[in-house]
Design a protein around this ligand. Structure first.
Ligand code: E4P
Length: 221
C-alpha cells in the first residue's frame, strides 16, 4: 500500500517526504483554505517537493461544464496534478470527459460501494472512500474499503482504492489489510505511526552502553 499525505501545509509535506515514504499528496478546498496560501501557488510548490508524486487538487465548480473547465486548468498547472472531483452526477460526467483527455482523476466523497462502482465506470484513476467520516455515522469505514476493493477485484477494475479520512494508525493498518492501494494520511497520524516507547527506550539503552564502553571516556549526561 502506498502512502499519500493529506495536507496543504508545505512544512508538513517536506518533513514527512524526507522519510522517503510518500507517493503523493491530497488536498481539498478546506485544506487549501487552512494553508492560507494561493491554490495554484501551493499546488505547484507541493508538486516540486514530491517529484513524481500524485498531487490531488479539487475543483470547486458544482456543474459538469464548470468542473471540466476547472479540471483542465488545474491539470495544466503541473504534470503531477490529479483532478479531484466530487461523487455527484456532474462529477462523474466531468470524470468521463477529463479521463478521455488523458487527465488523471480522484473521485472523492465516496460513502458507498454503488458510488465507487459508478466512479470506476466513469474512468476514475482513484476512488476516495472517507473511512473516518463513515465511522462517525456509526457504520464501519473499513468494511466499506474492503467491499469496494472486493468489487473492483471481481470486476477486474483498475481504479485504485485510496483510503481517506484516516484518523489514527490503526486506520492505516486496517486499510492495508483490507486491500486499499493507497492511504492518504494526516501529518499527525504519520507522527503517531513512527513513535513507539520501546524504540526510544531501546535506543536510549544502546546509547548509554555505547557511551560507557571501555576507553570512551566519561559518558555525557
Ligand atoms: C481526502 O482526500 C480528504 O481530503 C480527507 O481525507 C478528508 O478527511 P477528514 O474527514 O478528516 O476531513
Amino acid at each position: 500500500m502506498e502512502f499519500f499525505i493529506d495536507t496543504a501545509i508545505v512544512d508538513e509535506i517536506r518533513e514527512i517526504n524526507a522519510w522517503g515514504v510518500l507517493s503523493g499528496v491530497t488536498t481539498n478546498p478546506s485544506l487549501i483554505v487552512a494553508s492560507g496560501r494561493d491554490f495554484k501557488e501551493v499546488i505547484g510548490e507541493i508538486a516540486e517537493l514530491v517529484p513524481g508524486g500524485a498531487i490531488s487538487a479539487e475543483v470547486t465548480a458544482l456543474d459538469a461544464e464548470g468542473m471540466i473547465k476547472e479540471g483542465r486548468e488545474v491539470a495544466a498547472w503541473h504534470k503531477q496534478v490529479v483532478v479531484k472531483l466530487p461523487l455527484t452526477p456532474a462529477g462523474l460526467q466531468a470524470c468521463k470527459t477529463l479521463t478521455s483527455e488523458g487527465i488523471k482523476t480522484n473521485v472523492t466523497l465516496c460513502f458507498s460501494v454503488p458510488q465507487a462502482l459508478l466512479a470506476a465506470r466513469a474512468g476514475a484513476t482513484y476512488i476516495s472512500p472517507f473511512a473516518g467520516r463513515v465511522d462517525d455515522t456509526g457504520w464501519d469505514g473499513m468494511q466499506l474499503i474492503r467491499e469496494i476493493k472486493e468489487a473492483y477485484v471481481m470486476g477486474d477494475i483498475g481504479t485504485k482504492v485510496l483510503a481517506a479520512s484516516i484518523r489514527h494508525p490503526q486506520h492505516v493498518v486496517q486499510s492495508a489489510l483490507n486491500g486499499a492501494d493507497v492511504a492518504t494520511i494526516p501529518y499527525k497520524v504519520f507522527i503517531q505511526m513512527i513513535k513507539h516507547p520501546l524504540t526510544q527506550a531501546g535506543l536510549d539503552a544502546f546509547m548509554k552502553d555505547w557511551a560507557g564502553r571501555q576507553g570512551a571516556g566519561p559518558a555525557t549526561p
